[in-house]
Design a protein around this ligand. Structure first.
Ligand SMILES: NC(=O)c1ccc[n+]([C@@H]2O[C@H](COP(=O)([O-])OP(=O)(O)OC[C@H]3O[C@@H](n4cnc5c(N)ncnc54)[C@H](O)[C@@H]3O)[C@@H](O)[C@H]2O)c1
Length: 259
């Protein structure tokens, strides 16, 4: 008897990295189901849209949403935690604790609440893969205090859940995007709040990351070809982590002629 291939739940799948991931999942023969606080079907992606607002910041909403999604569409065999909000950039003195609490509630607590709700079901069925979308901000430092702490927490939690569920056949990994060309990031560049040169000059490859590049890494970590991998954090950052320290030595040699 062949096993039900199940569905892949993508939180935050209506926009950005989540939407790109749903598209690549569909191209590769998975059945993505999108759940989002502002549910909207991304253009041209044959994904199922969960029509009710799915707020990862609300445990009650997550618990009823997961039960409803499985009742309607079958077992969740893959989970992508892509729902997230970027942090407010303030000096430490000006951080408002309601902003701190919101970022931690969605980016860290929300990732845990969804992972637990789905992971215990996967563990009972003894199969599943979870990919958490963290950030290079969680691996370095950034002037987004709560966001960076939340993302570092996501990377740590990924290891803990991997250790918890590895023996029952559930893998848990993270992908840490660098500066990624989503609509939100492009709007930031267009408004002048972000500077493309600054975002890219410390990356080894001298460029932004495309959402589809994050999506391919996520889909690899969900699929059978990564079957021996659990508990890792895979940066997909065009070499930001590798290149950032070169600024102290005068910067990367993007503009120098090679001999
Ligand atoms: N874009 C980047 O440069 C970048 C870099 C590193 C990490 N990330 C991370 O990637 C993930 C996706 O971000 P993105 O850049 O695609 O952003 P985005 O704003 O384009 O998409 C985020 C999606 O999450 C949804 N969402 C927000 N709050 C939610 C909630 N409470 N419950 C459910 N859904 C919610 C939004 O409606 C949206 O559809 C986030 O975790 C973000 O921190 C992004």
């Amino acid at each position: 008897m062949t096993q039900d291939p199940g569905i892949v739940l993508v939180t935050g799948g209506s926009r950005g990295i989540g939407a790109a991931t749903a598209a690549v999942l569909a191209q590769q023969g998975f059945q993505p189901v999108i759940a989002d606080i502002a549910p909207e079907a991304p253009d041209g992606t044959p994904a199922i849209l969960w029509p009710e607002p799915f707020d990862v910041g609300s445990e009650a909403c997550v618990m009823s949403g997961i039960a409803g999604i499985e009742a309607a569409h079958g077992p969740i065999t893959g989970l992508v935690n892509a729902a997230g909000v970027f942090g407010k950039m303030h000096t430490v003195e000006r951080i408002r604790m309601e902003n701190w609490d919101r970022e931690v509630a969605i980016d860290l607590r929300g990732t845990f609440v969804v992972s637990r709700a789905v992971g215990v079901r996967m563990a009972e069925r003894r199969r599943g893969a979870i990919v958490n979308v963290a950030s290079i901000s969680g691996m370095t430092s950034a002037p987004v205090h709560a966001y960076a702490a939340a993302k570092a927490g996501v990377i740590q939690m990924t290891q803990t859940l991997a250790a918890e569920w590895g023996h029952v056949g559930v893998r848990v990994n993270a992908v840490s995007p660098g500066f990624t060309r989503t609509a939100a990031l492009e709007a930031g560049i267009a408004s002048g709040a972000l500077d493309q040169h600054r975002l890219t000059r410390n990356t080894a490859m001298g460029r932004l990351v495309e959402p589809v590049e994050i999506a391919h890494a996520i889909v690899w970590l969900l699929g059978a070809t990564s079957s021996g991998v659990t508990g890792i954090n895979l940066p997909v950052d065009a070499g930001f982590v590798a290149g950032a320290t070169w600024d102290a030595y005068g910067g990367l040699r993007h503009d120098e002629a090679r001999v």
